[in-house]
Design a binder for this molecule. Structure first.
Ligand SMILES: Nc1nc2c(c(=O)[nH]1)N[C@H]1C(S)=C(S)[C@@H](COP(=O)(O)OP(=O)(O)OC[C@H]3O[C@@H](n4cnc5c(N)ncnc54)[C@H](O)[C@@H]3O)O[C@H]1N2
Ligand code: MOO
Length: 404
């Protein structure tokens, strides 16, 4: 059995983001930029007013009160086509281009309209006040966003302002998920004796999507070579980047996944790791597709998804690591660990001083979905960790960041 660290590096080392594709920016929310994005224009393109008021020459109103003649107006999108000379002003609105000759904006609160063609400036103003110079935000040719940036609200707004109708983003990894086992039926079925409901696919798919992937549900394959072989063909036909199998990974007579896939050309990288839960984890490759065989026990499959599948999807999607680890103080002692790295379902909480405490659930059976659903962290126990007492610091993998 190899260590968790070795298994993770065999899975992740050398994995690069998938190729780029161009998509319209209105579909690009949460996607990852594949190439640096450069400004195609300057913003603002010319000096503009930041306020509603009057475009003036600062010198003209230095001895306010001062009378000025209004010679025209400049609204956003409608520049004034002329020059402001001594004693003149142009009515201007926020976003309007500052006319030639003017160097300052007098806000309308500080002016009195005398009649249609004249105002009184009631106070002086520093030269340049309320003018946004050309290029205040960015200039044509500047690099605005670097490859790898997630396209959030600010980034999308910036890309649009820089005049990009579409953007180059990393393709979303496609993950095909196959449940295996004669005992399994989809939710909503009437199970017969010994039958149970296939649940793992739903949790695994949710985590894949959280990590930036999209999923194809290949359904449930019976424990036969034919069914497994057919499912593998369908995964390949769906052009999956990653195939995830659930169950059939152990040593029982009905655990046929590995054997069937190898017979169809899969190269086995590893099978079995020193981890609890998750011992029978398998990694293989078939025509450039990563094949990850997760154990059937629901908690094992979800823990393996957190530790292996999510980081793989994040790499392929060009996203930075999604795993959050921190230190917490034990609220109850833990026994010494054996040679398998242990991931204990646990609840963590903060005390009044902000310190994080954690308590492992008493029952750690890897079939217990209900306890996994309640847990907000996993306590990571290294192989051969000695017994730990209350107050000892342990490392936790955060499952529900919003609860910590
Ligand atoms: N003799 C040994 N037996 C087992 C070993 C071992 O080393 N020697 N390892 C145990 C460990 S650890 C695990 S984990 C399990 C994993 O075995 P498989 O991956 O082959 O899983 P299955 O046998 O197919 O299923 C295990 C369990 O989980 C249920 N299951 C399977 N798929 C689903 C699903 N999609 N949704 C819900 N539940 C599922 C299945 O009914 C079984 O109860 O092997 C141990 N045995
Ligand atoms: O490794 Mo199994 O996943 O312990 O239950």
């Amino acid at each position: 059995m190899i260590s968790v660290a070795e298994a993770r590096s065999r899975l992740l080392d050398g994995v690069e983001p998938l190729e780029a594709e161009r998509i319209a920016i209105d579909r690009a929310n949460n996607r990852i930029l594949a190439d640096d994005l450069t400004a195609l224009r300057t913003q603002p393109p010319l000096p503009v007013s930041a306020m509603d008021g009057y475009a003036v020459r600062a010198l003209d109103i230095a001895g306010a009160p001062a009378s000025l003649t209004v010679i025209g107006q400049a609204a956003a999108g409608h520049p004034f086509d002329g020059t402001v000379k001594q004693g003149e002003t142009v009515r201007i609105f926020t976003g309007g281009v500052v006319p030639d000759g003017a160097d300052t904006i007098l806000i309308q609160e500080n002016a009195t309209v005398v009649d249609d063609g004249a105002i009184t400036a009631n106070q002086s103003e520093t030269k340049g006040r309320f003018i946004r110079p050309a290029g205040l935000d960015f200039s044509e040719g500047e690099r605005l966003l670097t490859a790898g940036t997630p396209l959030d609200a600010g980034a999308l707004c910036l890309a649009a302002a820089a005049n990009h109708p579409d953007v180059s983003v990393v393709r979303i990894p496609r993950v095909a998920i196959l449940a295996t086992g004669d005992e399994l039926l989809p939710p909503g079925s009437q199970p017969g004796p010994g039958q149970i409901i296939a649940s793992n696919s739903y949790g695994v798919a949710a985590l894949v999507r959280e990590a930036g992937g999209e999923t194809t549900d290949l359904g449930i394959a019976a424990d036969t070579r034919e069914a497994l072989s057919d499912a593998l063909d369908r995964a390949v036909a769906a052009r999956a980047d990653v195939i995830v199998t659930l169950g059939g990974a152990s040593v029982g007579d009905h655990d046929l996944v590995q054997e069937t896939f190898v017979a169809k050309g899969m190269t086995l990288d590893f099978w079995k790791i020193a981890m609890r839960p998750g011992k029978p984890l398998m990694l293989g490759r078939l025509d450039g597709i990563q094949v990850l065989g997760l154990p059937g026990n629901p908690v094992s499959s979800l823990v393996c998804t957190h530790l292996f599948l999510k980081p793989l999807i994040a790499r392929l999607a060009g996203r930075s690591a999604v795993e959050l680890r921190m230190s917490a103080l034990l609220a109850e002692p833990l026994p010494a660990n054996d040679r398998r790295e242990d991931y204990l379902r646990a609840l963590a909480w903060r005390d009044g001083a902000g310190k994080l405490h954690v308590r492992a659930f008493d029952r750690q059976d890897s079939s217990m979905i209900r306890i996994f659903a309640e847990a907000n962290v996993l306590i990571a126990r290294p192989p051969h960790a000695p017994a730990a007492v209350t107050g000892d610091a342990v490392e936790v993998v955060v499952l529900k960041p919003a609860t910590i």
